[in-house]
Design a protein around this ligand. Structure first.
Ligand SMILES: [Zn+2]
Ligand SMILES: [Zn+2]
Length: 150
């Protein structure tokens, strides 16, 4: 297992204490957190770290390929501990982002006109829907008036 320090060094980033703590939280995250969420979590270990530092550090990790920005239609910028290609299920109700793999998504053919627009860096599929948690919550609410079975 690579240590956090190794990961920073290999990415060409100086392994400062703040960076290591932010990276630790980021790599543990399962929820594609926003910078604000990472800031809240890092505050437990580093009570003086500023939100601005967290923003700048996450941006540097993203630029160096350690983590990835999630390009999704969810409300704000979210970060992903897994920079390699994968797809996302995004809940339209609670903005929860979950990893999934859509088979063939990496081999989708981009029309030639895209080349006149610019270069392609990645192709990612976003599956949008209502997550199981939100569905269960909605079902729970509906039960009181629903007398007949479907
Ligand atoms: Zn949801
Ligand atoms: Zn992801």
């Amino acid at each position: 297992m690579d240590t956090l320090r190794d990961i920073c060094r290999r990415a060409g980033l100086k392994a400062t204490h703040q960076r290591l703590e932010i990276l630790r939280e980021m790599l543990q995250a399962k929820d594609h957190p926003s910078a604000e969420q990472i800031h809240q979590r890092v505050l437990r270990r580093l009570p003086t770290v500023s939100l601005d530092t967290v923003y700048r550090t996450l941006a540097a990790f993203d630029q160096h390929g350690v983590i990835a920005r999630v390009f999704s239609s969810a409300s704000c910028v979210r970060y992903d501990p897994a920079p390699e290609r994968h797809d996302h299920f995004v809940c339209v109700k609670c903005n929860r982002i979950m990893d999934c793999r859509v088979s063939g998504a990496g081999r989708l053919r981009v029309p030639a006109t895209v080349r006149t627009m610019g270069t392609v860096e990645r192709i990612q599929v976003e599956v949008r829907g209502v997550c199981i948690r939100c569905l269960n919550r909605a079902r729970g609410r509906r039960r009181w008036w629903k007398q007949t079975p479907e």
